[in-house]
Design a protein around this ligand. Structure first.
Ligand SMILES: [Fe+2]
Ligand SMILES: [Fe+2]
Length: 168
């Protein structure tokens, strides 16, 4: 049985994942509004991925006999300076999530809750991937700079992205 402290912390993380989905949808809307539909598509898929993360925790809480609590979702950032700016904000968001998964893992270790430690390992690995992929996108976008043709090509690449729960 999970302690209230750990159950609440997991619940909070579940809500954070759903907030991340909300925030990525705001980035999608910004890109779509500026007719960058390939980047918008990328963020819609990213939001899908975050909902999957939220559902993973929801299912874990259920498996451990805890009723998940859904909290109200704060308004995400909706104004950005550029497409690059959305990616920089996305990276910051992912770094915050990484920190909170670390804190959650510390708590699970503190309570010697081995099943939860094992469950969280997937999220730790996932965060390494997430940060690395956003860092790469930022590097590419910086390199592209004001070159409209290259930006178009890069956008076409990102447009191909589809989220599947087993891969990415
Ligand atoms: Fe996530
Ligand atoms: Fe993420």
């Amino acid at each position: 049985m999970l302690s209230d402290r750990l159950a609440n912390a997991l619940n909070k993380q579940m809500n954070k994942e759903f907030f991340a989905a909300h925030s990525y949808m705001a980035m999608a809307a910004y890109c779509e509004h500026d007719s960058y539909s390939g980047f918008a598509h990328f963020y819609v898929e990213q939001a899908e991925e975050e909902r999957f993360h939220g559902m993973k925790i929801y299912n874990y809480l259920n498996d451990r006999g805890v009723q998940a609590k859904f909290s109200s979702i704060e308004e995400p950032k909706i104004n950005f300076a550029s497409v690059l700016d959305t990616f920089e904000n996305a990276l910051e968001q992912e770094k915050n999530v990484t920190k909170s998964i670390y804190d959650l893992t510390d708590l699970a270790w503190d309570e010697k809750e081995h099943a939860t430690i094992s469950f969280l390992k997937w999220f730790l690995d996932e965060q390494v991937e997430e940060e690395s992929s956003f860092e790469t996108h930022i590097d590419y976008l910086k390199r592209i700079g004001n070159d409209k043709n290259s930006l178009y090509m890069y956008e076409k690449e990102l447009e191909k992205r589809t989220f599947t729960p087993d891969g990415d």
